[in-house]
Write a protein that binds this ligand. Structure first.
Ligand code: FAD
Length: 678
């Protein structure tokens, strides 16, 4: 039997698996990604990209494709019944809270997003990684005796190659108007898991029945809600499956409803609620709670779905939107969806096999979170795995994956639970109607929920890579090894740059050529840590010596910059130093700054891309970096950013020692240097 050795085996090529493969490709890790399906998806399924997800896609250089092709959702209109029970528009709100990101929520179907990832994976890996379709894992063994050995391959997986026929999902659309459209039922959680069937069919097909053994250092189950990997490692999703069933219809609507091109949440008096999502190419997605729940009475889990057709979904929508008219000629996709709010008991085993995305949390689709949170799981995990595999970090950072993402999954379920109740409930007739939902309460929850839904509010708890004071532990502390006296920075030096959160972006100018950049554009996802040197106004006599002192320590052969970067690698490949100063741009020159801030490369010469200034640009205004983040120009600070743009540390400008201790906690010396005592 054929045998292959890989660093990471990814099972599942949905949004989570593809995000992970993108990271690994970018960082040069040897990975394989397999999916039991014969094709990517072409339309339908998840559609909303939240602003944090767009920031992440942009950090891989694919954000612009999503931004350009998608429909931009700028407004949400809330509709509810008036005193006569007739729906009317009660509020118009911005769909994304203004100012939280340089992006706003957009909508584009999952198939296109998967396409962007596939192209990026191909480009980053020079064709070395591509999704292997029609491939199913059929056995998994973990050799527990060597899980702590960083060089070992403790995972053995047998893969079975399916025939094209076995790997092609069966379509089962029942069209109301003669047109043929793809349905999403083959991936719906209303369907029984078909993995066993696929394996059986494949067994019969001798031609396709080739198998292969993979030895892997790590494995990630990104294989969706039915996750085979999760079952193999003996983990479960915990939580309750509610009885709400949602119909989803992607149509080009013909309607006199005036807000059809805005996102709308419509509560009708007695016919349920609908979420309207305007999409690309004149499409509109309708999410409808199908209130006809009699078919699920007495059943444990899966519902008989034969009664759910596009016609049933459309008729529900027509009742909710009445007296407005709604019909369509073009149906692009439809599905039916049962809300199950569940989280994995654990996110992996032995810090060797991990779960990400729907494999470890499921919830309702209406807040547009599924695809986003799934990708963000993988975004959290990818750089950590790469760093360990490449020998830059020890395995302790892997523990922070579950610690950080499990808290997010629980917050998501809590949010979804609250939002589901408010969205699906009947509107209150008046203030005495205690069973009904208050529309004011709905609007308030909606606005608050918007920040959570954007992904911007993620705030990771204290761990060895998030140096919050012990009082801000949040959901608990990652049990990874910590120093006897853990590094704690001084958050007050930059109150607007919150440790644990992603760094917000404003414009800064390149000192050398005056070009304005969004700060986040200078922080691409390539596996590199960043040390932001924020020296304040270096034209003032007090600040310059402090900067020089720091730079002389950074330039020493024993500095953490040198110790943790292999001699053979570029100076900025493990930790990149970026300076953002606060002196007037024209009062200083790039060569006024110490060399470590603008390093010299044998071939490329001086690096002019590392020193930035907070000043007025010629054409794009003033980013106000210092003012926005409340950093004093006569004080400055040092900030450490993780490879995923989250803030690890804020401390004094000249406190080199704390930064050194921070990195020394988990990074591995590369060049056989004797470690200094810090
Ligand atoms: P998935 O997208 O489910 O991808 C898992 C992948 O693993 C699939 O490609 C599958 O073929 C593969 N796989 C599974 N088992 C195996 C195996 N044993 N071996 C190899 N490969 C395997 N979210 C929204 O935000 N809005 C929506 O409108 C919306 N609609 C949805 C409709 C349906 C029918 C479904 C199922 C989900 C919907 N979601 C929606 C949720 C959203 O699609 C998911 O949250 C998101 O796709 C999760 O990404 P993932 O990569 O974790 O899993």
């Amino acid at each position: 039997m054929a045998e292959d050795h890989v660093d990471v085996l990814i099972v599942g090529a949905g949004p989570a698996g593809l995000m992970l493969a993108t990271w690994l490709a970018k960082c040069g890790v040897k990975a394989r990604i397999v999916d039991k399906r014969g094709t990517k998806i072409f339309n339908g399924q998840a559609d909303g990209l939240q602003c944090r997800t767009l920031e992440i896609l942009d950090s891989f250089g694919i954000g612009h494709r999503a931004w350009r092709e998608s429909n931009h959702m700028l407004e949400i209109c809330l509709w509810n019944p008036d005193s006569n029970g007739v729906i009317h528009r009660s509020s118009r709100l911005p769909d994304t809270i203004p100012g939280i990101s340089r992006f706003q929520q957009v909508v584009l179907h999952q198939g296109r997003i998967e396409r962007f990832f596939l192209d990026a994976i191909n480009e980053f890996s020079n064709g070395g990684i591509s999704v292997e379709r029609g491939v199913l894992p059929e056995s998994l063994e973990i050799d527990q005796s060597c899980v702590e050995d960083p060089d070992a391959y403790p995972i053995t997986v047998n893969l079975r190659h399916l025939s094209e026929e076995d790997a092609t999902p069966k379509q089962s659309s029942t069209m109301s108007n003669g047109s043929s459209a793809q349905d999403g039922l083959f991936r719906s959680n209303l369907m029984a898991d078909d993995t066993a069937d696929l394996l059986k069919t494949s067994e019969l097909n001798q031609k396709a029945n080739t198998t292969e053994t993979i030895k892997a250092k790590y494995m990630v189950g990104a294989d969706g809600a039915h996750s085979w990997v999760r079952k193999e490692i003996g983990l479960k999703l915990e939580g309750e499956s509610t009885d709400y069933i949602w119909g989803v219809l992607d149509i080009v609507p013909i309607t006199d409803f005036p807000d059809i091109r805005s996102r709308c949440a419509v509560h009708s008096a007695n016919s349920g609620s609908i979420m309207v999502i305007p999409r690309e190419n004149k499409l509109v997605r309708l999410y409808i709670q199908l209130t006809t729940t009699s078919k699920i009475q007495g059943q444990d889990s899966r519902t008989d779905r034969s009664w759910i057709t596009p016609k049933v979904i459309l008729e529900s929508a027509q009742r909710i939107l009445s007296p407005y008219k709604l019909d369509y000629r073009k149906l692009d996709w439809w599905t039916a969806y049962q809300i199950g709010q569940r989280v994995g008991s654990s996110f992996g085993v032995h810090d060797r096999v991990f779960l990400a995305g729907d494999a470890v949390h499921t919830h309702s689709p209406k807040a547009g979170q599924g695809m986003n949170v799934s990708m963000q799981d993988a975004y959290n995990l990818g750089w950590k795995l790469s760093s360990v595999i490449k020998g830059h970090s020890n395995r302790s950072i892997l523990k922070t994956y579950e610690f950080e993402r499990k808290a997010i999954a629980h917050a998501l379920i809590e949010f979804d639970h609250k939002f589901s109740r408010l969205f699906s409930g009947r509107p209150a007739k008046d203030i005495m109607d205690e069973e009904g939902i208050s529309m004011d309460e709905f609007r308030d929850a909606f606005q608050k929920g918007n920040l959570f839904a954007s992904g911007i509010a993620v705030d990771y708890g204290r761990s060895l890579i998030v140096t919050k004071p012990a009082t801000e532990n949040g959901a608990g502390e990652a049990t990874a090894a910590t120093t006897s006296t853990p590094v704690t920075g001084i958050q007050d030096l930059a109150p607007g740059l919150k440790v644990g959160q992603r760094i917000p972006s404003v414009k800064v100018l390149n000192q050398s050529d005056a070009r304005p950049w969004h700060l986040q554009e200078r922080l691409p996802s390539n596996g590199t840590w960043r040390l932001l040197v924020i020296p304040g106004d270096v034209s003032q006599p007090a600040q310059k010596p402090r900067l020089e002192k720091l730079c002389s320590q950074l330039s020493s052969p024993e500095s953490f910059l040198k110790r943790f970067t292999p001699n053979t690698a570029r100076y900025d490949s493990v930790i990149e130093v970026i300076t953002i100063h606060g002196a007037p741009r024209q009062s200083v020159d790039v060569f006024d700054f110490p060399e470590v801030l603008r390093p010299f490369h044998e071939v490329d010469g001086w690096d002019y891309e590392k020193i930035f200034v907070d000043d007025q640009s010629y054409h794009e205004g003033h980013g106000e970096f210092y003012k926005t983040f409340n950093i004093r120009r006569d004080e400055g600070c040092l900030v450490i950013l993780r490879p995923d743009q989250y803030i690890s540390y804020v401390g004094k400008l000249d406190d080199y020692e704390s930064a050194d201790r921070f990195f020394s906690e988990f990074m591995l010396p590369q060049n056989n240097l004797t470690l200094p005592k810090v």
